[in-house]
Every structure is written in C-alpha cells, then in structure tokens.
Design a protein around this ligand. Sequence first.
Ligand code: GSH
Length: 212
Amino acid sequence: MLKLYSYWRSSCSYRVRIGLNLKGLEYEYKAVDLLKGEQFSPEFLKINPIGYVPALVDGDFVVSDSFAILMYLEEKYPQHPLLPSDLKRKAINYQAANLVSSSIQPFQNLTAVKYIEEKVDADEGDVWTKTHMGKGFVALEKLLKDYAGEYATGDEVFLADLFLAPQLYAAINVINLDMTQFPLLLRLHEAYSKLPAFQNAVPEKQPDAPSS
Ligand SMILES: N[C@@H](CCC(=O)N[C@@H](CS)C(=O)NCC(=O)O)C(=O)O
C-alpha cells in the first residue's frame, strides 16, 4: 500500500491527500510531527533529504515534493485526471499551482517564519506571511477570473484546485487573512468545502490532528 508522510496542518501534505482521495487510492498515513522537529530525524532525512513533508513511498520507490508526487500519481493512476487536455488550461493549472507552491507557501513555511521571528522581530512573522499571501492572492484572483467556472479553471476539479484549497484553508483558518478583496477565491473555498475528497483531506480530520 502507498505510504504518505504527512503532518495534519501541512498545506503541502493536504494537496497530496486531496489527490489521493480524488483518485480513490488508499494509503497508510505516517505522521511526522513538525513542531517536535521529527522532519529532522535521521530516519526521515533518509526519506526526504531536505526534511520537508510530504513524501510518498510506493513499494521501494520514494518521491517527495507535492508537485512531483501528484505528477507521479497522475501518470501511474490515470483515473480522475488532475490536468485538463486543453493545452492552455493545462498551462494555467501549472501556473496557479506553482504560484501557490513557489510564491506563497515558502513564505509561510515554519522554517521561514521562525527565521523572521528570530532575526527580525517576534511580531514580524505574521506580517510577513500575510504580505506574501495577500500578494499571491491578488495575482490568483486576477489570473483565474478568465478561467474559473465552478472550480479554478472550469467546471471540473484540476491541479490548481488541489493547490488552492489548502492555501485558502490556511489563509482563512490559520492566518486569519482579510479575504474581502478576494471574492472569487472565497467562492472557490466554499465550493471545495462541499466535495468529499476535499472534506476528508482537511487538517482536523487527519489521524495526527489534536482531538480538541
Ligand atoms: N515544495 C515542497 C515544500 C514542502 C514544505 O515546505 N513542507 C513543509 C510543510 S507544508 C514542511 O515540511 N516544513 C517543515 C519545516 O519548515 O521545518 C512541497 O510542495 O512539497
């Protein structure tokens, strides 16, 4: 069975959990407690040398990084395609996914926020995260307005949605970002909350989530 190294609150793990659910793949959940620093244990560093979740183990094959994992799953398990066949919509899915994973999430990563709080100021972490999230959301709101249907790039769920849902969850439930400027993103957040594959991937439903 597939194994997913994950942390309940990790948005990068959450993307992969949605992908696994959409494709109807069962997997064993291997919790890595990021707050306890388990990502830096010698055992985990053998799985992912940079010490980040998620990581997927498929038999004797190991792959890390949510984008790489999702592309691996996409090719190995073609059911419920994560990419549209239309070339331009596919490119927009890559753009939106990478905007989240390269231009928003790295700024909110535990390592980055801790660094800012320690080297700059304890209150600066939150300002820093909100600034980068806001900048990314302004871009996503503009980018997707010409492509969105019920979901980010049309009426079917695709890769962009897998990256957006966890990012929106983090903005709304964790960071408390003011979302009034982002009506389209808010509408997408609502739409995701109605889909079982997304509902079952939310942080609070994961085996390592605190019970209260
Ligand atoms: N590009 C990577 C980023 C992975 C990443 O940043 N993971 C975070 C959780 S979302 C992490 O493990 N952080 C641990 C740390 O900062 O020590 C991906 O998409 O998987």
